[in-house]
Ligand binder design. Structure first.
Ligand code: OSB
Ligand code: MG
Length: 381
């Protein structure tokens, strides 16, 4: 494939409610969308980097600069590039995985649209619908949290994830476990459904001094505790996993397949959160899925408050066989009043996996223009 040009679109999307985590409060999503123009046709990709470098070192202005100054010029200069050859073309750029993932995804979308293949088929997906969970932010009060969780349960979400931090952990978790009732099998419209699934995500807010305290989460029968300690600190995650019953799951720490395998083999993580943006793209995400499957480690699909563009690819990824836990693949309405694609709508706690060519969704260019934070920038001819 020959790439002629790449458009950089910055779109402001207000969130339907503020999303508070241990690293801050988001009230809007500042989305960077890429459109690649190639001799095989166009493709779209979404960059998951947040407005500020508070989840990881990447942030959207930085990702945009790396794309404009390094990644896009490299693929424009290449005689030919495909999603599969992209990683090698941009290997000279260290890190910046979210920026790379966005461009690789746009290339993959162009390529698969041209060959009338869906992301799901390309990934080797085995499901046509995926189980959905929802990530619930830190609330002003426990009562407000219970109200929000009850709404999501009524909407059909199959798993609740609570954001925690020191001072907001045991009490909200106990209250939500009480609301959900115990973990149990029920027969729903689409067959057996496990109810009462609950997990927590600390986004690195704890330290080694908190191991005993985190052990007090054990009575609440959590699916997992996600990333309690800083990204580089594998050792303290190993110590926690040995000290408590609740399975430890890494998010921020898992930046590629080698790190995932190392963390698994050392006992730092027994479940893995896969986010394509965090690991440099969907091709690496598939490799992590496969490495985890080989080792009997279940995975689930994380999220970064994506618009429908990124959500479509996540839902396709989550349809692979070893994505055996519900993902943070929520419906569009959990985030936005209106989405940049046709909305993803939850049905019986699941989303349909897109089947059309490429991502299988169409970008609403009217909204991309209407919500543009600045004029579109084109790199290349
Ligand atoms: O840690 O999983 C996380 C959102 C932004 C950045 C990091 C995280 C999250 C979420 C929400 O938990 C996931 C989603 O619903 O997209
Ligand atoms: Mg997380």
């Amino acid at each position: 494939m020959k790439v002629f040009s790449v458009e950089l679109h910055r779109v402001g999307m207000p969130l339907v409610r503020p999303f508070q985590t241990s690293f801050g409060t988001q009230t809007a999503r500042d989305v960077l969308l890429l459109r690649v123009r190639t001799d095989a046709g166009d493709g779209w990709g979404e960059c998951v980097a947040m407005a500020d470098p508070v989840y990881s070192s990447e942030y959207v202005d930085g990702a945009e600069a790396v794309l404009r100054n390094y990644l896009i010029p490299a693929i424009l200069a290449a005689p030919s590039v495909t999603a599969a050859s992209f990683a090698n073309t941009v290997r000279f750029v260290v890190g910046h995985r979210m920026a790379k993932a966005a461009l690789e995804t746009a290339l993959l979308d162009a390529e698969l649209r041209a060959s009338a293949t869906s992301f799901a088929a390309y990934f080797g997906a085995v499901r046509s619908r995926v189980d959905c969970g929802v990530s619930v932010g830190i609330a002003p009060t426990v009562d407000a949290l219970l109200e929000e969780v009850a709404r999501y349960v009524a909407e059909g979400y199959r798993r609740i994830k609570l954001k925690i931090k020191p001072g907001w952990d045991l009490e909200p978790v106990a209250a939500v476990r009480d609301l959900l009732g115990p973990v149990r099998e029920e027969t729903g419209a689409t067959g057996a459904v496990t109810r009462g699934l609950l997990q927590v995500d600390a986004n690195t807010a704890y330290t080694a001094n908190d191991i005993e305290h985190l052990g007090r989460l054990d009575p609440f029968d959590l699916l997992l505790i996600e990333q309690p300690f800083v990204e580089e600190d594998i050792a303290t995650h190993i110590a926690l996993a040995r000290a408590i019953e609740t399975p430890v799951c890494l998010d921020e720490s898992i930046v590629d397949t080698a790190v995932a395998v190392d963390a698994i083999e050392r006992g730092a993580t027994s479940i893995v959160n896969i986010k394509a943006g965090r690991v440099g793209g969907y091709l690496e995400a598939v490799r992590i899925h496969d490495a985890c499957a080989q080792r009997g480690v279940p995975v689930w699909c994380g999220g970064m408050l994506e618009s429908g563009v990124g959500r479509a690819a996540n839902v396709a990824l989550a349809a692979m066989t070893n994505f055996s836990l519900p993902g943070d693949t929520s419906g569009s309405s959990r985030y936005f009043a209106e989405d940049l694609t046709e909305p993803f709508v939850l049905r019986d706690g699941q989303l349909d996996v897109p089947t059309g060519p490429g991502s299988g969704v169409e970008v609403r260019e009217d909204l991309v223009r209407e919500w543009a934070l600045r004029p579109v920038e084109t790199v290349g001819r």
